[in-house]
Design a binder for this molecule. Structure first.
Ligand SMILES: O=c1ccn([C@@H]2O[C@H](COP(=O)(O)O)[C@@H](O)[C@H]2O)c(=O)[nH]1
Length: 275
């Protein structure tokens, strides 16, 4: 089964929430955990426990584990393995990109079956050309995994770069989206929930069948209740990502926070809720 089929099926069967695993120093303190590799390990494993059976997707943010060096990576390996063992769809937010021969190695790290860092999908940059990701896309296709390409991000600083017009007349973001659309099954898009797709020249109807990872809900200001209005025809393909807003509820409140977010998403008409 392809990555797209797997992720879109997960959205239908387990709801559209993707819970971030971002052990910020401040959140570790809220959780009563040390700002150390042991702390991020426990934070990650407890988050996996809370998500399992309540939502279908997690997105560990690699940076917060990397802060702790090799011990942080060991912690991340355990969190990834626990999430996959719990049946969760795991997106490693590693945001890698480089010339093809180098980016291939990133693909092997995050998408090879049996790799200590194995995930179901990874995030990647295509600013060196989507062709630079060819080897990773091939590897992903071989193993039913996915490459979610950073396209139009949730942070305001990115607008000038991502709306710049390429030599083919498309914005950078729309160009990437159109190229990823030629990779059905293996490619996905990062499209921030804080932006308007129209401002980037991206038509929701052009994204049919492509899984979308949408960060920006909660702490960055976007509202889950607006998902249908933001993504229109593409709304059912969206994994609505929330990290700080849910994790900030602490170890005693995280389950209720996940349930609340799921209920809010399930109530949306265009994503399978009330008509
Ligand atoms: O455009 C992007 C791409 C990635 N992110 C990542 O998503 C989460 C957002 O966390 P919140 O706490 O829910 O704001 C974080 O890991 C970012 O690195 C993004 O925000 N925007």
């Amino acid at each position: 089964m392809t990555f797209a089929t797997r992720l879109l099926t997960t959205l239908t069967e387990s709801g559209q929430l993707c819970v971030g695993i971002d052990p910020h120093a401040g959140l570790l303190a809220t959780w009563g955990l040390p700002d150390s590799a042991a702390g991020v390990r426990e934070f990650g494993l407890k988050t996996v426990d809370a998500v399992a059976g309540r939502a279908g997707i997690v997105k560990p943010q690699v940076a917060f584990f990397e802060r702790h060096g090799s011990a942080g990576y060991a912690a991340l390996e355990e969190v990834l393995a626990a999430a996959r063992a719990a049946g969760l769809f795991v997106i490693a937010d590693a945001k890698r990109g480089d010339i093809g021969s180098t980016v291939d190695a990133y693909g092997e790290a995050w998408l090879s079956p049996g790799s200590p860092l194995e995930a179901d999908a990874m995030t990647a940059y295509a600013y060196q050309g989507l062709g630079s990701l060819r080897g990773v896309l091939d590897l992903a296709e071989q193993h039913g995994k996915g490459v979610i390409v950073v396209t139009a991000t949730s942070n305001p600083e990115a607008v000038a770069t991502q709306t710049a017009v390429r030599s083919d007349g498309r914005t950078v973001a729309a160009g990437i989206a159109a190229e990823v659309a030629t990779l059905p099954g293996t490619g996905g898009l990062v499209l921030g929930a804080t932006i308007r797709l129209g401002d980037y020249g991206i038509a929701p109807e052009s994204l049919a069948g492509i899984p979308i990872l949408a960060p920006g809900f909660g702490a960055q200001g976007a509202r889950l209740a607006d998902l249908s209005a933001l993504f229109e025809a593409a709304a059912p393909q969206v994994a609505a990502h929330v990290s700080r807003e849910i994790l900030g509820a602490g170890p005693d409140g995280i389950v209720a926070a996940i349930d609340r977010a799921q209920a809010e998403l399930r109530a949306l008409p265009s994503v399978g809720g009330a008509a």
